[in-house]
Design a protein around this ligand. Structure first.
Ligand SMILES: C[S@@+](CC[C@H](N)C(=O)[O-])C[C@H]1O[C@@H](n2cnc3c(N)ncnc32)[C@H](O)[C@@H]1O
Length: 273
């Protein structure tokens, strides 16, 4: 899952060890050139703020399989959402009113597809920067005829800020985020005080923020951040963690981890105000 050298996980095509301390913007040039010459123009940030912002991901120019490319070609025009569309109205997007689930960093979309397929009375929006993963998810969802799933191929921070209305989300999922386990890379972890307040703003009061990780140190970090975060309460009745709820499908990476005796920590907080 978050094993940085896991050959089965294309999300880790660039390992954390390969991430240099060079400015992030130079590592992102491929995507930025593909979208706009001045990425800050897409955001409310000044160009300086955009350059300085520490990202939780490193973009890779991974190859697309034929199936992933088909997902983009056939289904992106119908089910893809973009930053440029600005603030969405979920009711208009899905043409109905249903509980809204957002997943940040869905990777290859295994668990998101399974959820959307089995929970047809919920609407799902996935946000992922990794294009092959978006293609894979859309191919599966399109082939299954799902109408309750949409995807963004962009930085979740910008999508949350500019596209997702406040107080609109019932459940926000962050499953196995990049652990950035080296001390000097810890600052890249997506779970930070500012991020969890951004999430809170998007959740309905009573909505839940579900994190899962297989890195104990990241789990402890998540708990530390959440314990002092304003406007949240832990849903755990005993200690910091909850048993995996049925809503989170077990991935094959997790099953393998379980067999090897690795732990997984689920953390669910509820927005209280
Ligand atoms: C370790 S992978 C886990 C993928 C998946 N959740 C799973 O459990 O297999 C983390 C994923 O988060 C994505 N990611 C990291 N930061 C992101 C961000 N700010 N916006 C969107 N996706 C992001 C990465 O591209 C990567 O695919």
């Amino acid at each position: 899952m978050s094993d940085a050298t896991d050959a089965q996980n294309p999300n880790q095509a660039v390992t954390e060890a390969e991430v240099s301390e060079q400015p992030v913007e130079s590592q992102e040039s491929a995507k930025n050139q593909a979208t706009t010459d001045d990425p800050a123009k897409k955001t409310n940030e000044t160009p300086e703020e955009h350059k300085r912002r520490i990202r939780s991901f490193v973009l890779r120019t991974g190859r697309m399989t034929a199936g992933q490319q088909r997902g983009m070609d056939e289904f992106w025009p119908k089910w893809g959402l973009t930053l440029e569309q600005g603030m969405i109205d979920p009711k208009t997007v899905f043409e109905r009113e249903a509980p809204l689930v957002i997943e940040i960093g869905f990777g290859m979309g295994h668990s998101l597809f399974e959820q959307a397929n089995t929970m047809r009375d919920h609407d799902f929006i996935g946000i992922e920067v990794h294009t092959p993963g978006v293609g894979k998810l859309l191919a599966e969802a399109g082939d299954a005829g799902l109408t309750n799933l949409r995807a963004y191929e962009d930085d979740a921070i910008e999508i949350l800020d500019q596209c997702i209305p406040d107080n609109s989300v019932d459940l926000l999922q962050l499953f196995f985020p990049d652990p950035w386990h080296k001390k000097r890379h810890n600052k890249r972890r997506i779970v930070q005080a500012e991020f969890v307040q951004r999430v809170r703003q998007k959740l309905k009061v009573g909505g839940r923020f579900h994190m899962a990780t297989d890195w104990e140190n990241y789990a402890e970090h998540m708990v530390e951040v959440m314990q002092v975060a304003e406007g949240y309460e832990n849903t755990a009745s005993d200690g910091d963690y909850v048993p995996r709820p049925d809503s989170r499908p077990v991935t094959k990476f997790e099953k393998r981890g379980e067999r090897l005796g690795h732990g997984v920590w689920d953390i669910i907080y509820r927005r209280t105000g």
